[in-house]
Design a protein around this ligand. Structure first.
Ligand code: ADP
Ligand code: MG
Length: 242
């Protein structure tokens, strides 16, 4: 499981994460919602060891991302897909996907390529396996990005607004893949503005506001609060998003 305890992070005098506690169990899909600037990306970056915590801890299957000795193990267990397509432009889809399995997992090229082509088939891109990123649409590139993460056989997939640079049609292509992964039991931490999709895919919804985790509820309960007097902040957020 992923376990965050008392996570604090500031940039200069700005407190960006203000004591976050969060558990993500195996098999769960947890969506993180919150306004722009609420700290969602920073939390994902902390989970992946890309930001140093000021206080608190994050462990992935008991490997502490703040301990240099543990970080490699933690990173083997989780893979991140970001908002911007950070594929290498001079490499084909297959080359992008096989890079880490060959270098980090020491797979043979043949084995890694076969796995990459199977993954690309599964996201409807079998015929584009040897295309370069510039020859792919945004939705296709993001699907390659998901394949690249999955090629490391991660237990946890961290997804940071992976559809926010895409038009609605491409967004649907990518969300369909995530729905498929969720159905197959992939554990996901899903930062998104796609509220209705989050509702269909998530077991829990976490809501960040100004660096604080203000709500952590089973999905049905979160949406049951919509429009209710009890949780004005959720209602306000949801009405802004829709
Ligand atoms: P979100 O993903 O919810 O939009 P972020 O985690 O990206 O929020 O950012 C939260 C706050 O932290 C914002 O005010 C942002 O400007 C600030 N921030 C994020 N990264 C940095 C950084 N590397 N240096 C300075 N400020 C940052
Ligand atoms: Mg963000």
């Amino acid at each position: 499981m992923i376990r965050a305890r008392g996570v604090r992070k500031s940039f200069g005098s700005a407190i960006v994460l203000d004591g976050i506690d969060l558990d993500v169990e195996s098999g769960e899909v947890v969506s993180i919602l919150g306004s722009s600037g609420s700290g969602k990306s920073t939390l994902i970056r902390c989970m992946n060891g890309l930001e140093k915590l000021d206080a608190g801890s994050i462990t992935i299957d008991d490997f502490d991302v703040s301990r240099p000795k543990d970080l490699a193990e933690a990173r083997k267990r989780s893979a991140t897909v970001f908002q911007l397509f950070n594929l290498y432009p001079h490499m084909t889809a297959v080359q992008n996907i096989t890079l880490a399995p060959i270098q980090v997992l020491k797979r043979s090229r043949a084995e890694a390529e076969a796995a990459a082509r199977t993954l690309l088939d599964s996201v409807g891109l079998g015929a584009r396996a040897d295309a370069y990123p510039a020859q792919l649409s945004g939705g296709q590139r993001q699907r390659v990005g998901i394949c690249r993460a999955l090629a490391m056989n991660p237990r946890y997939l961290l997804l940071d607004e992976i559809t926010s640079a895409l038009d609605p049609e491409m967004t649907a292509e990518v969300l369909n893949i995530l729905a498929q992964l969720a159905k197959n039991g992939t554990t996901m931490v899903f930062v998104t503005h796609e509220i209705e999709f989050a509702r269909t895919i998530s077991s829990r919804i976490v809501f960040l506001d100004k660096g604080q985790l203000v709500v952590d509820l089973p999905t049905e309960e979160f949406f049951a609060a919509d429009g209710g007097m009890a949780r004005p902040r959720i209602s306000q957020f949801l009405s802004k998003m829709r």
